[in-house]
Design a protein. Sequence first.
Lengths: 181, 181
Amino acid sequence: MPHLWLFYQMQSGLTHIYTGNGKGKTTAALGLCLRALGAGKRVCLVQFLKKGDFSELKALRRFPNCTIRQFGTSEFVDPKNVSIQQRAEAQKGLEFARKAILCDPCDLLILDEILVALQFKLLKLEDILNLVAAKPSRLELVLTGRGAPQELIDAADLVSDIKEVKHPFQKGIKARRGIEF
Amino acid sequence: MPHLWLFYQMQSGLTHIYTGNGKGKTTAALGLCLRALGAGKRVCLVQFLKKGDFSELKALRRFPNCTIRQFGTSEFVDPKNVSIQQRAEAQKGLEFARKAILCDPCDLLILDEILVALQFKLLKLEDILNLVAAKPSRLELVLTGRGAPQELIDAADLVSDIKEVKHPFQKGIKARRGIEF
């Protein structure tokens, strides 16, 4: 039995969820990218609902082991009025993630803001549950975004709920380059 | 008045706290490092209670704008039996942080696990409050660790409380290189 346990330890990649209304979800996922890249692992960062040359992407591009793909439009997503293009981008992102999981091109796969795409009904819960279920045992899979549903929490191994205790946007301070994006 | 507000926007660095019992505090701080480095900012990462060549440090060393200093010992800190050396290291870390704040060598200063050093009584609350109060307006200051006291929460601008909903250590999975360190 100890051998089996050791085997599990060595092989086992986990499914993480970073959810909640506080700052730190995407940021924690970026920290995981940094740590994995430092350990020589291959990282794939998939961003849903986002399009832009954010500071973090400029830094990640220094690492040849890191693949970055964005599936979003530059316009703001209004959940009550989602454009056809936004919906198509989210579906493309899901398809890309599915291939990344099945074809095994990385050790750490981040699906950033996928939970917001779910909340905005751009993706179906069933499809995301299927992704998690299809995860090969050694892949580390990370989902971020507000409002993780209980079904996904049940399917994950590690779940952190980041609560906003205080946020400067409450004081009218806007997002700043190099800090928030 | 709009000019004053704009001036505030441009100049204002904030004090962040990432606290709570969940995974993601140091990891979020590392994400902030990555983002700031991508924006060409100068980063100083000060780690309390830690000593080791963690994967994240290997990745951060690729960036010439990033300074890393550790103030800890390689042994585990038992809060009921803190060694003289551990106490001395924490004090050196405080002194280093004070100089970094006063002498302005960086744009983002991370004091990683400083709140645990406080909780373990290696540092005094008053000294940390003084650090926060001495922060120059354009510096972004980040404190991490469990158990942030209310006085520090009051002094900070952005506070995220990371709650553990689920953690694999509950299942007996140990920390893994490239993921947890």
